[in-house]
Every structure is written in structure tokens, then in C-alpha cells.
Design a binder for this molecule. Structure first.
Ligand code: SF4
Length: 405
């Protein structure tokens, strides 16, 4: 493990330096919004940009939301959007210029059909998802960021540049149900983890937690902890969404407290893999040495992705994660093929993806601290038949405190 840590640390340093150097020599091109003015206000001629907006003789004002509300961010930074406002403060035209959200989740958000619902809205409308803006299932955070940035930037431009009065009617501080549900599940699962360390009679609690993980984290929230969260954080593109922070903070905190607890208690893909692994089919017996060597593949792959992401500055390279395809319900044939293969292989090889390929498993394994009392056992869900490396233990607690059964 020490060698792997060194390998990844060196890869990280070289990639960050190379990325920084490349960025200095070839700075990333930002979209020239002026090229798209005609798309948000056809036939209108705008004067040169003054401050943060363009004006026209017809009284139409255009601006990029990024110039006005840069701190409103989706999952991976701001959703830069070009907007034109009519003289009475209504959305005249809208076009998304640029974003770094995960394409699997937000491909629908950029379509003209989706954006059409903003047209004609007044600056005083609420622009709230599920109220006057349609949600896109599995892309709620991005759509909320888009709605919020359109609302806040339009109001600011309307009052400061157009002299219109803004009458805000919505209540501040809406209750964030998804955030609360996730935090509750995390805390209950963590309590279950400590209870099962005390008594094996309650091991079923983990199954309940895993089922809730599939339903809540996977299907409802569609936000399993992903390596993209960490890459976006390191690239200084955190979200402004509370759920995003809850997921990142809880995952990182839990590694400090209980190693790969997230993998063993909450990860929806891990849960599906484990349940499939329980189908009573004879499992392949892989010699321990071969198994150990194969487990190293996830670190090698993780190193490649770190290099690709930090050299190019594009976290999208982390998109090979099967759970992103599965829980976004979107991907190409190759991505779906990988999902099917990773799930089916569990019938013969328990937790195939977690053991050999998962980048989150690699990250959490690297961050796991030493822990005593995990000797492994013949029916370990991770195939740890003998005293495992703690980085390979998902803390199911089946063997905790005992020798081989
Ligand atoms: S080593 Fe023990 S606690 Fe860890 S996953 Fe295997 S059986 Fe569970």
C-alpha cells in the first residue's frame, strides 16, 4: 500500500504540474458570448458591452449569468448562460453557453425544448424547480443551479441596469428535503455500523441500509459519491448545493472514522453488486496471490484517470464509473455494456467492480487508516478469506473481533 500511495502521489504531482504548465502556455478558451447574441435576440443589434451587459435600441438587454452571479454553481461549477431581457423584465431569449456538469445527467437541460419554459417569464416569477420550472429527474442540482442563476442574475440586471423594480415573493430558506434525507440515512447507517460492531445479532441492519442506499442515494437522489466530486473539489469547482457538500463531507469523514464504510453500507452500486453476489451460484476460486494482483488494477486505473483529469483540467475523464451510467439512466452502448458486465460478474465473483476497478474504492482504500480486529472470513462479501489489508475491507463487521469461524 505504501508503494501504491507513493505511485499515486507522484502521478498526482506530475499531472498537476503538467496541467498547470499546459494551462499557462495554452490558456483555456472561454466562450465568446457575443457570437451567440443573435440566438437570444434574433435580428437585434446590440451596442458594445458596457460593464456586465449589452443594450439595444429596442430596449432589450443581454448578459451572461457568469458576469452577474458567478458564485451560483451546479455540481461542477457555474452553468454559464446567455440571457436577453425584454424592456418589461421578461426573459426574451436564453442559451446555455458552457458548463462542466456530468453530461450523462444534464444532456436534456441544454435542449431548446427544456429551455423554452423560461421564455416570457417575469423577473418576479419564482423560477423554482418543481414549481414553475420542470425538474429533470437525476439532474436536480444542475437544474436548480440553472434556475437560480437565471432568476438572480436577471433580477440584478433588471434593477441595476434597466431601472426596473423587483418584487420578490418567494420565502427565503426552503427546507431541503433531499439533503435532510441523505443526512438522516448517513447517520442511521453509521449508528448501525457501531451497533453491529457491538453485537452480531444486528447484522441485518446493513442489508436495510444497503436497500435504502439503492432507493435513496441511487434512484431518488441519483448522487452516489463519485470520484467526480473529489476532482471538482480539487479543481476548485465545488457546487453551491447543500446535498453536494453533505455527500462529500460525509464520505470523507466516514473514511476517517470507519474506513470504507461508505462502500459497505451506502453505495448503491456496491449494494446491487453484493445482492447479486448472494445468488447461490458457485463462485470462482481465485488464488489469493492472483486476487491481490488484480486488486491493484483499480489503483493503476485511478492513476491514469488522475493524470488525464489534471493534465486536461477535465473531470469528465472520471466518467467511466458504472454507477454514473446506471443511476443517470444514460450512456452509450460501451458504458451500458460495462454496467451489465460489472453486474453479471458478481454472480461468480463477489463485488467484482469494488474489488478490481472502482476509483472510489481506490480512493477510500488509500485514505483508510489501520484498524485491528478484522481477520476476514470465508463468506466475506469482498472475498477477503484471510486477514485482509484494511483498504480492502468494507466494514460489514461480519468478522469483526473474531478469528476465522
Ligand atoms: S474483512 Fe470482515 S468486516 Fe471486512 S468486509 Fe470482509 S467480512 Fe466484512
Amino acid at each position: 500500500m505504501k508503494r501504491i500511495r507513493h505511485y499515486l502521489f507522484i502521478v498526482f504531482l506530475i499531472s498537476v504540474s503538467a496541467g498547470y504548465g499546459l494551462h499557462a502556455v495554452f490558456p483555456e478558451k472561454t466562450v465568446d458570448e457575443s457570437l451567440y447574441l443573435n440566438e437570444v435576440a434574433q435580428g437585434v443589434i446590440f451596442s458594445a458591452k458596457k460593464g456586465n451587459h449589452y443594450t439595444s435600441r429596442e430596449g432589450i438587454t443581454a448578459f451572461s449569468t457568469y458576469d452577474v452571479t458567478p458564485s451560483i454553481r451546479g455540481y461542477a461549477g457555474p452553468v454559464k448562460t446567455l440571457i436577453s431581457l425584454s424592456p418589461d423584465g421578461r426573459i426574451h431569449g436564453i442559451r446555455i453557453l458552457e458548463h462542466k456538469e456530468t453530461p450523462n445527467f444534464v444532456h436534456r437541460m441544454e435542449t431548446p425544448e427544456f429551455l423554452r419554459q423560461f421564455l416570457g417569464k417575469s423577473i418576479n416569477d419564482p423560477f423554482e424547480v418543481d414549481k414553475d420550472i420542470d425538474a429533470i429527474s437525476r439532474a436536480t442540482v444542475s437544474v436548480e443551479a440553472l434556475s437560480k442563476t437565471v432568476r438572480e442574475s436577471s433580477r440584478k440586471i433588471a434593477s441595476e441596469a434597466m431601472g426596473l423594480e423587483v418584487v420578490s415573493r418567494e420565502k427565503a430558506g426552503r427546507f431541503n428535503l433531499k439533503w435532510a434525507a441523505y443526512c438522516l440515512l448517513f447517520l442511521l447507517s453509521l449508528a448501525g455500523y457501531f451497533i453491529t460492531r457491538g453485537s452480531k445479532r444486528f447484522l441485518r441492519l446493513r442489508d436495510i441500509s444497503l436497500v435504502l442506499g439503492i432507493g435513496l442515494v441511487g434512484l431518488w437522489l441519483s448522487t452516489p459519491f463519485s470520484i467526480l466530486h473529489i476532482f471538482n473539489l480539487l479543481l476548485l469547482r465545488p457546487s453551491s448545493d447543500m446535498l453536494w457538500y453533505a455527500i462529500v463531507i460525509s464520505a470523507v469523514l466516514s473514511v476517517g472514522i470507519a474506513g470504507r464504510f461508505y462502500c459497505g453500507w451506502l453505495c448503491p452500486f456496491g449494494a446491487l453488486s453484493e445482492f447479486l453476489g448472494r445468488v447461490p451460484l458457485r463462485k470462482w476460486e481465485i488464488p489469493l496471490e492472483t486476487d491481490d494482483r488484480w486488486r491493484g488494477a483499480k489503483y493503476f486505473l485511478f492513476g491514469l484517470v488522475i493524470a488525464a483529469v489534471f493534465i486536461t483540467g477535465r473531470p469528465g475523464f472520471g466518467n467511466y464509473e458504472t454507477y454514473v451510467t446506471l443511476f443517470s439512466f444514460h450512456g452509450n452502448a460501451l458504458a451500458w455494456g460495462l454496467v451489465a458486465l460489472s453486474l453479471l460478474l458478481n454472480l461468480r465473483l463477489q463485488r467484482f467492480w469494488c474489488r478490481y476497478l472502482c476509483p472510489v474504492a481506490a480512493l477510500m482504500g488509500l485514505l483508510s487508516r489501520k484498524a485491528e480486529g478484522y481477520p476476514g472470513r470465508h463468506d466475506c462479501p469482498m472475498g477477503n478469506r484471510q486477514m485482509p489489508l484494511i483498504s480492502e475491507c468494507i466494514r460489514c463487521n461480519r468478522c469483526y473481533g473474531k478469528g476465522q469461524p
